[in-house]
Design a protein around this ligand. Structure first.
Ligand SMILES: Cc1ncc(COP(=O)(O)O)c(C=O)c1O
Length: 418
């Protein structure tokens, strides 16, 4: 089958059996079919190579198919991939102990699940059980997943409205508005749920002191603090955990995405002894998952964390991120009418455009040149760069230069249309 036929067949099956509306959208954007991946690169059905600066929305911190993770998963596959569930699971124990070792203080326990939204679901159940309260303070533009509980705290009407009524209890405040947060947290509040950098909301970085402010409000009112690090966790922002930027330890912290080393799906909900006692002391099976904590995913998680440490990837995120950010800023500076800001931390960067649709056009131009990025789910004016933390300085420079070329051509196209 030649390349064109492969694309046509996949598109047809998407249209008839996956999601015809998504098929139309992706086809309109000119997306190819992915065939394989290695390190920082994706290869399509036609053998074309792309530098992956989307990084699976934060999944590929170690790049694609990191040999240490592949090796750990292969070994586990040969021993026991899924576990029998009745006995103790040693790999799960090792992963949870390792997470407690590296996490902010107090987060001694971990419940392991299979995705980000499941990690958030567990967090929401746990804060209810611990406080006996239902009110959850969340932020506009925040993103916590699309299952009913997590969706109820996701700050965008477009995703919530069609599925109402959702879980009762959430109220929304503007992100980074200290006073609004002060007014919202009270004696009825079970928890505040917050991202340190709003990822899908458009790469908005929490200002200094914002997390500390939330921590003190929660303490004052007997509420809990959930930090959702599904996208920011494990080095992406230049700290192992992004909440370290503000020196804060939450009561609950969620992880997923890169925890699986880009090889296995996994989610994790970390919490304090107080939370675990409230949830599990009466009923040790109060929250469970058939596949959560399976040895394959835990082996991948353990290998991922060890590799991040061994290869110094947290520092790399800072070093390479600074080069990429400076390059993007320089490119953006050449088209001030089109780009308003470049922001972010480490290798979690966003470029905000001054108009709708410019991001889409620029992404198409980047794709043509072999560079992949995407816009953020809750803010189409912002495209995000979340490449693997193993990205080299040369690759970072190339990505910035290629973004600049794509932007310049977009400017020409827009000028011709004006
Ligand atoms: C901060 C945050 N929380 C939760 C989620 C949901 O994760 P998943 O898509 O694995 O369910 C995401 C996904 O993008 C996220 O960025």
């Amino acid at each position: 089958m030649d390349a064109e036929q492969i694309h046509a067949e996949v598109l047809d099956k998407y249209a008839r059996h996956v999601n015809p509306y998504l098929a139309r959208l992706m086809n309109f954007a000119g997306f190819p079919v992915e065939a394989r991946a290695e390190g920082c690169y994706l290869f399509d059905h036609d053998g074309r190579r792309y530098l992956d600066c989307l990084g699976g929305y934060g999944v590929y911190s170690l790049g694609h198919r990191h040999p240490k993770v592949i090796e750990a998963v292969r070994r586990q596959l040969d021993e026991m991939p899924m576990g029998g569930k009745a006995f103790f699971n040693r790999v799960l124990a090792d992963l949870c102990a390792k997470l407690a070792d590296i996490a902010p203080s107090g987060l001694d326990y971990t419940f392991v699940s299979n995705s980000g939204t499941e990690a958030v679901e567990a967090a929401l159940k746990f804060v209810k059980a611990t406080t006996g309260r239902a009110k959850i303070v969340a932020t506009d533009g925040g993103y916590h997943g699309k299952t009913i509980g997590a969706l109820s705290t996701t700050g965008r009407e477009k995703y919530r409205k069609p599925f109402e009524p959702l879980m009762p209890g959430p109220v929304f405040v503007d992100f980074a508005d200290f006073d609004a947060m002060t007014r919202a947290v009270d004696g009825q509040t079970a928890a505040v749920i917050i991202e340190v950098i709003q990822g899908e909301g458009g790469i908005h970085v929490a200002p200094d002191g914002y997390l500390r402010h939330i921590r003190s409000l929660c303490d004052a009112h007997g509420a809990l603090m959930i930090v959702d690090e599904v996208q920011t966790g494990l080095g992406r922002t230049g700290k192992m955990f992004a909440c370290e930027w503000d020196g804060v330890s939450p009561d609950i912290l969620t992880l997923a995405k890169c925890l699986g080393g880009g090889v296995m799906p996994i989610g994790a909900t970390m919490g304090t002894p107080v939370v675990w006692e409230a949830v599990f002391s009466e009923n040790p099976l109060a929250h469970t998952s058939t596949f959560g904590g399976n040895p394959l995913a835990c082996a991948a998680g353990l290998a991922a964390i060890r590799t991040i440490e061994e290869e110094g990837l947290v520092d790399r995120a800072n070093e390479v991120g600074a080069v990429l950010k400076a390059g993007l800023e320089e490119a953006a500076g050449r088209c001030p009418d089109l780009v308003s800001t470049v922001r972010g931390r480490g290798l979690m960067l966003g470029v905000e455009f001054t108009m709708d649709d410019v991001g889409e056009l620029t992404i198409a131009q980047m794709l043509k040149r072999g560079l992949v990025a995407a816009y953020t789910l809750n803010n189409r004016r912002v495209i995000r760069f979340e490449p693997p933390l193993i990205l080299s300085l040369d690759e970072a420079a190339w990505a910035a230069e290629t973004f600049g070329d794509a932007l310049a051509e977009t400017a020409e196209v827009l000028a011709a249309l004006a």
